[in-house]
Write a protein that binds this ligand. Structure first.
Ligand code: HPA
Length: 266
């Protein structure tokens, strides 16, 4: 299984002009793919080590095409640790993207808010993360490169770009720290109270391993959460995957709009 095989296949299908950014689209955000000009679609099954599509609402295609005059690669689905117990499930995908020379990795997800001033329907720029799982996608790798520096893991210049766009276009963009909880069960109210004490603002089941992998491969990482619910015990809402998907369907356009504006300014 090699990233080289994937890189060759992708370049044969989509050409080898530079790609400005790779985007990992969380549940429900795959509609961004419909905005691509002249997209080339490659199913994950054709690539080595790309994730299988096991979660409702997640796709399994790599799309390469033009958006806002820039060539971008969209991953319409991701692997989550909870699907198989492998924290490094996105390693080959991210290694392949980095191998193609893509230096910017943009991560999106659906998340629960654990603070009262970030509400369902809000977009939250990820400033930093807390790995509450004890897992790491780099475990088992050899060499000193595995000791990745995670200060400013979410690129300060890209974060500022998002804040500038939000201010310019009157987009309500919250900011906060995202906590990775393994899932697939939601958290208990006691766990939410504990995470609140950590100083985090949101919780979700993805993104952190991809951020670590992106940094390992020297990519600039940017992340944004769409808040679908208040954390367990904070409201009367019954938490379910159905609820997450319904919320994302109603807010997907705002995420899409921010992503498009970010890409325009890369
Ligand atoms: N917890 C974990 N993951 C989530 C949540 C949540 O409350 N909402 C959406 N994804």
């Amino acid at each position: 299984m090699t990233a080289k095989f994937n890189m060759r296949l992708i370049q044969e299908r989509a050409g080898d002009e530079p790609i400005a950014a790779a985007l990992v689209l969380g549940s429900g955000f795959a509609a961004l793919g419909e905005m691509l000009k002249d997209p080339v679609t490659i199913n994950y099954d054709e690539l080595q080590g790309f994730p299988g599509g096991g979660v409702t609402g997640h796709g399994k295609n790599l799309l390469i095409g033009e958006l806002e005059g820039k060539r971008v690669a969209l991953l319409t689905g991701r692997a989550h640790y909870y699907e198989h117990g492998n924290a490094a499930a996105m390693k080959m995908a991210i290694q392949t993207l980095a191998g193609l020379g893509i230096d910017t990795l943009m991560l999106t997800n659906a998340a629960g808010s654990i603070v009262n001033d970030i509400r369902p329907g809000d977009l939250m720029l990820i400033n930093d993360h807390i790995n509450f799982s004890g897992l790491n996608p780099l475990i088992g790798l050899a060499g000193d490169k595995r000791f990745v520096n995670m200060v400013d893991a979410y690129d300060p210049a890209l974060r500022q770009k998002a804040l500038d766009i939000a201010e310019r276009d009157f987009l309500d963009l919250k900011q906060g720290v995202y906590t990775w909880y393994s899932g697939p069960s939601f958290e208990t109210p006691a766990e939410i109270k504990m995470i609140q004490g950590f100083g985090a603002q949101a919780v979700g089941m993805s993104t952190v391993p991809e951020c670590i992998l992106g940094r390992y491969y020297d990519m600039r990482v940017w992340g944004c959460s769409f808040i679908t619910n208040m954390g367990a015990g904070m409201s009367d809402e019954h938490l379910s995957h159905d609820h997450t998907q319904t919320m994302v369907a109603s807010g997907g356009e705002r995420m899409q709009s921010l992503l498009t504006k970010m890409i325009a300014e890369l």
